[in-house]
Design a protein around this ligand. Sequence first.
Ligand SMILES: Nc1ncnc2c1ncn2[C@@H]1O[C@H](COP(=O)(O)OP(=O)(O)OP(=O)(O)O)[C@@H](O)[C@H]1O
Length: 228
Amino acid sequence: MIEFQNVGKTYRHDVVALKDINIKIDKGEFVFLVGPSGAGKSTFIKLLLHEEQATSGKIMMNEDDITKVSNRNIPLLRRSIGVIFQDFRLLPNKTVYENVAFAMEIVEAKSREIRRQVPMVLGLVGLSDKAKKYPNELSGGEMQRVSIARSIINNPSIVIADEPTGNLDPDTAWEIMRVLRHINQRGTTIIMATHAKDIVDVMEQRVIAIEKGTVIRDDKKGVYGYED
Ligand SMILES: Nc1ncnc2c1ncn2[C@@H]1O[C@H](COP(=O)(O)OP(=O)(O)OP(=O)(O)O)[C@@H](O)[C@H]1O
């Protein structure tokens, strides 16, 4: 469960990115975050990851107020959240298998666990036959599936996807959405910031629209609602 209580974020020089945000997201929800460029979507995500500090308010994640988390515990917080980016961010000198395994190595998982989990998760995203390939031998859709595998390998309760289909053609984008929906159906909360109108309109999931730093819509089965 995630809850924003009266959350505001003002950057330097009085740039107000978010003001008085009140949002509750339950475990297992699939949420689209939409809004024009500069509306505050990335800031919302950065606050969840503790990459930026809220200026006011509380952000509850499960039972904890993460605005109060100590520096020592930030890595632990980040581990409970998987992240997927538009530009994949894979390690070019590691194979598909190694890219995913690396996310387990940094949390000091046992080798036996790694050997068991990585093939399972690669199977889940449909990449079992690409385990030995390097990122430059993959298509965009395959690279994004590696990044999804990496995001879920440590079993986070939440996955945040920031424009995950932004670099993909429409068919490949839908492949990625099927994988994300599958992960959501296994119980993982998904928060996806996107400008992909077609995807939002067809998926009929919760849509939170942010404009000029405030939530202007929050619909259970929402639509994109913009022309771009
Ligand atoms: N580090 C920063 N310092 C100062 N202002 C910032 C910083 N990051 C973002 N902003 C400002 O905060 C506001 C919200 O930006 P944010 O990146 O959250 O928007 P966004 O909705 O993610 O946009 P996009 O769809 O283009 O990614 C904008 O006015 C932006 O210029």
